[in-house]
Structure formats: C-alpha cells, structure tokens
Design a protein. Structure first.
Length: 189
C-alpha cells in the first residue's frame, strides 16, 4: 500500500475525531474548512515515508491550523468595553453601515458610550455579534444562552445604541448643546 493510500485511509477513519479536536479551538463554521485543509496539507507533503506516526501527524497538523486561524482572526472574548482604542481597531474593519457612520473620534466616543450603557449581558452579546462577527448560535453556545435570548439582546443593543446615537446627533447639531451621559436610558448592571 502506498503512503498516499495509507494517509487517505487514516484521514477517513479519523475525520470525526479530528473535527472534535478542532471544534475545541475554532468557531463551528470554521471546523470543516480546517479539517479539509488538514488533508490538503498532508497531500502536499513530498516525503511521507519520514512520518513515523501518520495519525498523530494529522492531529498535530489540524491543531496547528486551528491555532493559526485563531491568530489570524484575533478572536477574543470581551467582558467589558473599557478600552476605546481596542474597540475602535476592532470596529474599523466592520462593514456594517451603522458603524461606518462612527468614523470621527467624537462619534466613535459616543458610540462607545452607547455600548457601555447597555446592560452587561446585552453588551456581551452585542459586542460578540457586531465586533467579532459571531453567529447567534455561536454566541448562545459561548454564553450558555438560548438563541432567542441572544436575538433579543442583539435587538436591544441595536435599538439602544441607535437611539443613543440619534439623540447625540440631535444635541450636537442643536445650537445649545449640552450632552447628558445617559441619553438612551441604558443602565449598567
């Protein structure tokens, strides 16, 4: 049996367990891509006869690919949004229209204040969705919530931050502007 055939058989037999290993590291929608990339990488190796433990090599390759994904995606969990510069960096790559309107530093500061005023759980969900791009299912799993609860938090976050930004814009554009710190009616939990 050739090395290519041996690696293919080992890959097919180990595919589910490789998926489980990778699932502990990356978001669910990336698992299949990494598992497939593992096989592609294995196929590209020229001197397979030097690999003494093909199964261990596949697991190590899959794990390394998953860790590389994390490094590239710069995935982090956020408990609180205290660092405006970090949030500004993360939001700068977001293509959502609402957030493209927060380009000036004053507008961005107001937006950060709107996010800070969201209730704690709502803020976590909102940041994971809008900043990190997690799916509702991923957020639900990560925070141990139902998907409907996640959806409600996202909706609440959108409504409150939009209302806050509208009120700020009205006050900034009025001749006698005096900005109050709690315009959207949000509270800290």
């Amino acid at each position: 049996m050739s090395n290519d055939t041996l690696f293919y058989k080992i890959y097919l037999a180990s595919r589910k367990s490789i998926s489980r290993v990778v699932s502990r590291i990356v978001p669910p929608d990336e698992i299949e891509d990494i598992v497939q990339e593992t096989y592609v990488r294995i196929c590209q190796i020229e001197n397979k006869e030097h690999i003494t433990s093909p199964k261990s090599f596949m697991y190590r390759t899959a794990r390394n690919l998953a860790l590389d994904y994390l490094k590239q995606a710069n995935v982090k969990l956020v408990d609180r949004v205290d660092d405006i510069q970090t949030l500004e960096y993360l939001l700068s790559s977001d293509s959502d229209e609402m957030y493209e309107n927060t380009l000036t530093s004053n507008e961005f500061s107001y937006f950060c204040e709107a996010v800070r005023q969201l209730p704690t759980q709502c803020r976590k969900v909102f940041v994971l969705k809008k900043v990190y791009g997690y799916s509702q299912r991923e957020i639900a799993a990560q925070l141990n919530l139902s998907e409907s609860t996640v959806e409600k938090h996202i909706s609440t976050g959108m409504k409150r931050s939009t209302l806050f930004m509208r009120n700020i814009n009205k006050q900034v554009n009025s001749p006698s502007s005096s900005l109050s710190p709690n315009i959207a009616g949000g509270t800290h939990e």
